[in-house]
Design a protein around this ligand. Structure first.
Ligand SMILES: NC(=O)CC[C@H](N)C(=O)O
Length: 193
């Protein structure tokens, strides 16, 4: 299984690689177009601020490549947010894969949300054998608005989309690589797509 983590200078790469190693799969980091096109599965990682991350994607022209990919792609945290239409964070235009926008939690709640929360998920291939309201680990100040591409929801400040799917593209706001057994199962499900 050839898993490629897109290298655009942002992201919690090591923890994602360790998570795949625990599943017996080595995930390589690359920004080479041919390497990415040849991958069986692709991860778009992301940690940090949306506009600077998008600038880095544009600098490598990977922003043009990603929406055209045909193999399963999993965006994690900021990676998922960049796959949406727009993020309020840095007024960032996204890759327009998921038909929703990313907004900041209100000051009615502690921001960022940092910790475990329940992911009310719909029975889809990505959540196969995972409990309907499983806990996963999140660290974020911005959220994807509920939309028709949502396959899971979380309540914090309001109900928002904590996982998205459109065709071969998947996104999760939480960190499966930091979410214990349930997160490991989600990555295993992703490898089997
Ligand atoms: N952990 C992160 O990188 C957070 C992504 C994004 N900046 C947010 O706050 O929602």
């Amino acid at each position: 299984m050839n898993v490629v983590i897109i290298d655009y200078g942002v992201g919690n790469i090591k923890s994602i690689q360790f998570a795949f190693e625990r599943l017996g799969t080595s995930a390589i980091l690359s920004q080479d177009v041919q390497t990415i096109l040849a991958a069986d599965k692709i991860i778009l990682p992301g940690v940090g601020e949306a506009s600077s991350a998008m600038r880095k994607l544009k600098a490598t022209q990977l922003d043009q490549l990603i929406p055209k990919l045909t193999q399963p792609v999993l965006g994690i945290c900021l990676g998922m947010q960049l796959m949406c239409n727009y993020s309020e964070e840095g007024k960032t235009n996204g890759l327009k894969i998921f038909d929703t926008q990313v907004k900041r939690f209100s000051n009615a709640v502690k921001v960022p949300q940092m910790g475990w929360n329940t992911i009310a998920n719909l029975k889809t291939k990505l959540f196969n054998t995972i409990n309907a309201n499983e806990y996963m680990y999140l660290v974020h100040s911005y959220y994807a608005e509920s939309c028709s591409d949502a396959i899971a929801f979380t309540e914090y400040d309001l109900k928002y989309a904590s996982a998205l799917n459109k065709d071969n593209f998947y996104g999760v706001q939480f960190h499966p690589e930091k979410s214990g057994i349930a997160g490991e199962q989600l990555l295993k499900n992703f490898l089997q797509l």
